[in-house]
Design a protein around this ligand. Structure first.
Ligand SMILES: [Zn+2]
Ligand SMILES: [Zn+2]
Length: 140
């Protein structure tokens, strides 16, 4: 599925800016922030504003085309991977990693908790990533 198809399947009209933002997220699975997306796209799109990027991401999130992550309280991050998966935030380098733990990640579609309709499930883990741990071990 390309960016246009992804937008259309979530009932979003594919404007040039929306397509660029969707495409960026599909190509960068590093959970970028608004600033990162804006900084990367702005040189090619002089008319793009940070507000547009923010509003587009908000819309994409509301329509279920992307996942909105609040694991890092300083920055909201965005993920084109909408299948339920856990996230791990390194408190040292602030990188967000995907954790694939099928056993504990429940499928939102089939969840019906006490009659409530669950639409989002977030699994957030925090700690020190393996790369930062290696750095610390090298120094000690
Ligand atoms: Zn780290
Ligand atoms: Zn992710």
């Amino acid at each position: 599925m390309n960016a246009v198809e992804r937008l259309q399947s979530h009932h979003i009209k594919p404007s040039v800016q929306r397509m660029a933002i969707m495409k960026y997220l599909m190509e960068h699975r590093t959970h970028p922030t608004v600033d990162e997306i804006y900084t990367s796209l702005a040189p090619e799109m002089p008319t793009l504003s940070k507000t547009t990027v923010y509003n587009t991401l908000k819309l994409l999130g509301e329509q279920g085309a992307i996942q909105v992550l609040t694991i890092d309280e300083r920055n909201t991050c965005y993920d084109a991977n909408t299948t339920p998966h856990a996230h791990f935030l390194c408190k040292k380098c602030n990188r967000i990693y995907d954790l694939m733990q099928d056993a504990c990640v429940k499928n939102v579609e089939i969840m019906n908790e006490d009659g409530h309709e669950v639409q989002e499930v977030h699994y957030y883990y925090k700690g020190i990533c393996k790369h930062c741990k290696e750095e610390v071990e090298k120094l000690s």
